[in-house]
Structure formats: C-alpha cells, structure tokens
Design a protein around this ligand. Structure first.
Ligand code: PEP
Ligand code: MG
Length: 325
C-alpha cells in the first residue's frame, strides 16, 4: 500500500473531475520536513513550534530560534510553511513553566493566553520568525484565539517587531500573512469581525470539537461521544467555509480529521480546498481525492447536512464504497 502511495506521489492532488485541493502536512520537528519530499505534500499547513521549547531546560533564545526556523524554511525548498506560535499548556507542558494547580488545564493558562501574558516570549519568537523569513514569505498564525481582541493584540506584536527590524536595518520578509487557528467556538460568533483583520483561517478541529462538545480530546472514555462526521460538525464547518469565502479569506482544516480519507472526502464535498494533515495521511487522502467526483460528493453531503441525517458517517461510508472511492 505504501508503494502504491509512492507511485502516486507525483500525480496532482485533484479530484476525478479535476478540482485541485491543496494538501499540506503538519510538522513539529525538523526531521518531519523530509516528509514533504516523500509524500509530495504541497507545503506545511501547520508547523507546531512548541516541541523545541518542550525539550530544552529553558526558553530558546532568538538566535537559536532563528537558526531553527531558517533550517525549516530551507528544507521546505520554497514550499509554503505556516508557523504556529507557541502553543503550550494544556497537554503540552514546559519543564520551566508549571501549571500546577489548574483543575482544567485544557481551558486554563495555555497557548496564546500565556504568550499574551508574557509578550516578551511571543515577541522573541516573532523576531526569530521575521529574521528567518528575510526576503521570503512569512506565514504565521496564533493558537487558541477566543476573541478578536486577542488576535488584534497578537498582531500588534507582529507590527511592533516589524517596526523594530526596520529600524535596525534588517531585511524584512517579502510578504507577511498573519492568520489564526479557529479552535474556540466563541470565535464563530465574531467571525465577520475576525475575517476583517485575519489574513487566513486554519480550523483546528481537535480543539474546536473538544470545546464544541465539551468532550476531552484525550479521554477515551468520552471520545466516542461525538462524531467528527455528525451534522453539527458538518454544519459548523460549512458555515465557517461560507463566511471565509464571502470575505475572500483562505481557509484550511488542519485538525486530525483532515487526514482521514472519509473525513477529507466530506470536507472537500462541503467545499474545502485546503487540508493539512499528519504526513501519513497524505498518501491515503490523495488516493481518495483522485477517485472522488467532487460534484457527486458535494450533492450527497449537502443533502445529508440539509436534512439533518442521524448518521452521516454511515451514509458517507456507503457512498464511498458504492462509488469506488
Ligand atoms: C487542533 O487543535 O486541531 C490542532 C491542530 O492543534 P493541536 O492538535 O496542536 O492542539
Ligand atoms: Mg489545538
């Protein structure tokens, strides 16, 4: 099977009826970057920057981070990389920042909340990202944004760092795109305002669904309580997509669901044209894409959502089987 994916590696990511889908991969370690080559993924849609922070005894300084981000961009060889700023806390602990005493770490002092409270940490990371992207494109996004004001605050730190670099005569990136993860349901109710200020959206379905269903993503006792292919999820995602399209802002799905072929089929059927996934999902998703007719899937998934089907997964699975997907 692995060999079959390799044989398809150089074929385009497109559906049987010729709809191009941007399939990117998620990464978090320098060594993950080699999968760009062996999977043929079109870029890195989510680079989780926290791992090097977690494996060191103290915060990496600007020079260390700059070097690392430079290496990542070099290994990407011109393919786009979306860097996500530090997303620690919750299930990702730093040895030097304890969150002892939090009853609900997933909803506690984590992620952008930490880095907005410790802006020097975020500014150092942004400085390193700007320097590493000198003369190139920088794509950066923030995790766990719950309010447009948080996005504005984080974006102002980007602006401050750009001004600082300019003042010291540094070479700036050719272009800077600043986006956000959509992981907190409250953001859905501020979407028009968010889309006026964010350059792109990346749907982090792992956290978004955890909070939508109030179901711990890491607890197997409850994780079967909701389905990523249920009507509320599909309706929400369709709404997100339509709002992004209306605002002319790019949107991708980068949670685990994007890397599962049936889920990816449903997402493309809903109209998504950009997915980012763990490297091992790229081959199976490409195989699925190349065998699906986007219009037929769109009609089918649209009808399931409109009528509020009790079990869309069952229908989608049967559809895929019947259509040789
Ligand atoms: C997500 O929440 O869907 C996501 C992609 O981020 P992480 O899995 O790193 O929390
Ligand atoms: Mg997340």
């Amino acid at each position: 099977r692995k060999r079959a994916y390799l044989a398809e590696r150089d074929l385009p990511f497109e559906t049987r009826d010729g709809v191009a889908v941007s399939v990117m991969m998620n990464a978090g370690l320098l060594m993950d970057m080699s999968h760009l080559e062996d999977t043929g993924a079109m870029g890195v849609g989510l680079y989780r920057t926290e791992l090097p922070f977690m494996t060191r005894p103290s915060l990496p300084d600007v020079a260390t981070q700059t070097l690392l981000y430079q290496k990542i961009l070099e290994q990407a060889g011109g393919k786009p990389v979306v860097f996500r700023t530090l997303d620690v806390g919750g299930d990702k602990l730093l040895p030097y920042w304890s969150n002892d005493g939090e009853d609900n770490p997933a909803m506690g002092w984590r992620s952008i909340r930490i880095t907005l409270d410790r802006p020097a940490v975020l500014r150092a990371q942004l400085r390193a990202l700007l320097r590493a992207s000198a003369g190139r494109e920088l794509r950066v996004m923030f995790p766990m944004i719950a309010d447009v004001a948080e996005f504005d605050q984080a974006r102002r730190l980007v602006d401050a760092e750009v001004a600082r670099e300019r003042q010291r005569g540094g070479v700036l990136p050719r272009e800077i795109c600043v986006g956000t993860m959509l992981e907190v349901p409250a953001l859905l109710y501020q979407f028009p305002a968010l889309l006026r200020v964010a350059d792109f959206i990346s749907v982090g379905s792992n956290d978004l669904l955890q909070f939508l269903f109030a179901t711990d993503r890491g607890n197997p006792r409850v994780s079967a309580r909701y389905d990523t292919l249920s009507v509320p999820v599909l309706r929400m995602l369709r709404e997100v997509l339509h709002q992004c399209q209306a605002a002319g802002k790019p949107v991708a799905v980068c949670g685990e669901m994007a890397g599962r072929p049936l889920e990816a089929m449903a997402l493309v059927g809903l109209g998504f044209r950009a997915l980012s996934m763990a490297a091992q999902g790229v081959g199976p998703v490409k195989q699925m894409l190349r065998s699906m007719d986007s219009r037929a899937v769109a009609t089918y998934v649209g009808a399931l959502v409109d009528k509020g089907a009790a079990n869309p997964r069952r229908g989608l699975r049967a559809f895929a089987r019947d259509h040789g997907i």
